[in-house]
Design a binder for this molecule. Sequence first.
Ligand code: URP
Ligand code: ZN
Ligand code: ZN
Ligand code: ZN
Length: 484
Amino acid sequence: MPILIRGGTVVNADHSVRADVLVDGETIVAIGTGLTVPAGTEVIDAGGCYVMPGGIDPHTHLDMPFMGTSSADDFETGTRAALSGGTTMVVDFCLPAPGQSLLAAYQEWRHKGEKALSDYGLHMAITWWDKQVHDEMETCVKTYGINSYKHFMAYKGSLMVNDDELFQAFSRCAGLGALPMVHAENGDLVWQLQKLYFERGYTGPEGHPYSRPPEVEGEATNRAIVIADMIGVPLYVVHTSCTQSLEAIARARAAGKRVYGEPLVQYLVLDESEYRSTDWDHAARRVMSPPFRDKKHQDALWAGLANGTLQVVATDHCSFTTQQKRMGLGDFRKIPNGTAGLEDRLPVLWTHGVATGRLTKEEFVAVTSANIARILNMYPKKGRVAVGSDADLIVWDPEATKTITAAKQFSAIDYNVFEGIAVTGLPVVTVSRGRIAWKDKEIRLEPGDGTYVPRDPFPAAHVASITWKEASRPRPVGRIEVTP
Ligand code: URP
Ligand code: ZN
Ligand code: ZN
Ligand code: ZN
């Protein structure tokens, strides 16, 4: 059934305008006033509301095997939570076990994705390196529509790759038109610091942030930037949490390098003091890497979003129940790392960003959908309210309020790190590929309604970076042959 969203203000990353939006099938077919609508069109009243592109969360770990367990939200509960919070697409990380074929891992993750209610895409992680991985990367790009590769510089002994491997994998990305991404923390240093603190008797969750200070993130961010720059490939730094990392990105961008940074909504509003709670469960539930930081880092991250140094606000949604977190009782190194946020990203960001004046509503669209759609080469199919774009839309009521509580959430876990935070600004309707997914506080889609979204390689930024690297590379010196 066609849908007319009437009476709202359409907000894109570059411009806002009062207009109605007509959806037919999976796409937006008209935008304007006085539109002629087909018989049987469902009309949604958007008076007083903003009509924005559905959120895209490019950093989720649904049903992820990690640290001896699997994250609690799968593609069903995770995408249900996402849609209720105005996010219409997630990009999850396909994670081959060390030694596992990338192609086999891809099939596994597509199988997990069969339960999705919303659209989803995949990044591939490089967790080990040899000729097989090198060769299979081509199939992932050309056949499976994966144009981004994640590298963990931390998690020594499991997912971590070293600088040689980063160089080789980034080089391969350069040739295939794919974007390298990094989890930037110096994994060797973290390993040493974890041991040091544990042996000194720091067994509780506070040992987690103590062993992962901002300096280890800043160092790794800078190192990854240098490696990418030697090759001339753009770089995407996931979960940027601190000034040290932000400054490395800002320096690189000021020097003309194409480096992207992604703070999480958690880092923007929650801080390190949570780990000093005397309630073990409270602190452990917030254990993630990099950890929440001292409050002083937050102003810098907000400024980075406003001035364009940072492009994307994500969640790194990787949820574990309290019971799972208790695997680390007596040893903070065994607490499964990860927090949730899919349901809350947009309302929390609006409340603390747009309502406070830190961001404009257009910047909100930029950092929640449009920028990542561009970076991952799916714009304007995704990330824009435009004729011909996918009908992934939210009707956003800037006056609607709620207090976040685990008791009412869709996520499968038994707590919420944003518990008790009052938000103003909520999606009253979410449309996913032309179907009403969320309305009257009810989810209307079923598991399996989601579609896998493949992406093409060679976005414009990639082509420009590689072209410039070639044009500006050092040249050999021509010499008259010397005969001995
Ligand atoms: O603690 C985190 N962030 N868990 C998920 C895996 C990762 O590092 O992104
Ligand atoms: Zn299957
Ligand atoms: Zn990570
Ligand atoms: Zn992650």
